[in-house]
Design a protein around this ligand. Structure first.
Ligand code: ASP
Length: 310
């Protein structure tokens, strides 16, 4: 039996150290650890990597701290439009949703696209109709309201500016997207990513998170990957798939493949951000080209680790 492993992220970015009070750090670490525990409980019982990924991401979506599910940022119309995707490494099945409103757990809607439709990616009103049919949990707009994110949007309302998730501090630009990658006891990999995208985004802008190969990729032949960062750049770099490609076609190790993508391929494309990845041996790599990434892992040794800065 393979030893299991799970890694998660809650976004990367220029996280200002001086803004991170001990209390705030404690809250972030507790939210990350809860998500790890939810996913790990499934892996421990011999459950599938895909279920562990979904469970961990649901926990992060339920926390207002991250830009996904409940904590999603406001778009130009003062609403929340969410994107999510997940992929199963053993058979390359995948499901994704984009520009969806009022769905409590977008990752579970993506799972339903994978399990109960013949499509990979659905969006907008059509995805909402599908959510209704699938009887996934819906929430009204108040559930997604967060004062800080509302103020962030108010500062940009009516302008052509848009911004990745950020805090009061102008120096602090972060990508609060969440994601998970897992290896299960049967030796299968899975990955998933969920986001509210960018504050004040318009035209139903969609980033990398719901794009298979860009924000999310899993393949039992190599690795499982979930990204966070400037979505447009990650799409152009086909970042998640590129980690797999470097391992499969050039024989690089997981660590080296991630390093090439994060530190060589993304920076020339203004690709600030990071990614988490796992391979069949349970090696975990969490790497980023900015000051920090909310992250956590529980490896084959069963130790739970969370971190924010380098
Ligand atoms: N990658 C996400 C997007 O561009 C943002 C993030 O990672 O926070 O929509």
């Amino acid at each position: 039996m393979t030893r299991t492993a799970l890694a998660i992220h809650g976004g990367a970015g220029t996280i200002a150290k001086e803004q991170m009070t001990p209390l705030r750090e404690k809250d972030y670490r507790a939210a990350l650890e809860l998500a790890l525990r939810r996913g790990h409980a499934i892996l421990e019982k011999g459950g599938p990597a895909l279920d562990a990924v979904e469970a961990a991401i649901r926990a992060l979506e339920d926390s207002p701290l991250f830009n996904a599910g409940r904590g999603s940022v406001f778009n130009a119309d003062g609403q929340h439009e969410m994107d999510a995707s997940l992929m199963n490494g053993s058979d390359l099945r995948a499901g994704a949703i984009a520009s969806v409103q009022n769905v409590k757990n977008p990752i579970s809607l993506a799972r339903r696209v994978m399990d109960h439709s013949s499509h990979v990616l659905i969006s907008g009103n059509g995805a909402f109709e599908f959510a209704h049919k699938q009887k996934v949990e819906l929430e009204d707009d108040e559930y997604f309201f967060d004062e800080l994110r509302y103020q962030q949007w108010k500062e940009m309302e009516g302008t052509d500016n848009y911004q990745l998730d950020h805090s009061d501090d102008e120096k602090e630009k972060k990508f609060g997207t969440v994601g998970a990658v897992a290896l299960d006891a049967s030796g299968h990999l899975a990955a998933g990513t969920s986001t509210g995208g960018m504050t004040n985004k318009k035209w139903q802008r969609i980033g990398d998170s719901p794009i298979i190969g860009a924000g999310t990729y899993a393949n039992d032949a190599s690795c499982a990957v979930s990204c966070t960062g400037h979505g447009e750049s990650f799409i152009r770099a086909v970042a998640a798939f590129d980690v797999h490609a470097l391992m499969s076609y050039r024989g690089l190790s997981l660590q080296e493949a991630v390093r090439v993508v994060v530190h060589e391929k993304l920076p020339p494309l203004d690709g600030d951000g990071g990614l988490i990845a796992i391979d069949l041996e349970g090696n975990i790599v969490l790497d980023f080209n900015c000051t920090g990434m909310y992250r956590g892992q529980v490896g084959p040794d069963g130790a739970f680790l969370t971190d924010i800065f380098r």
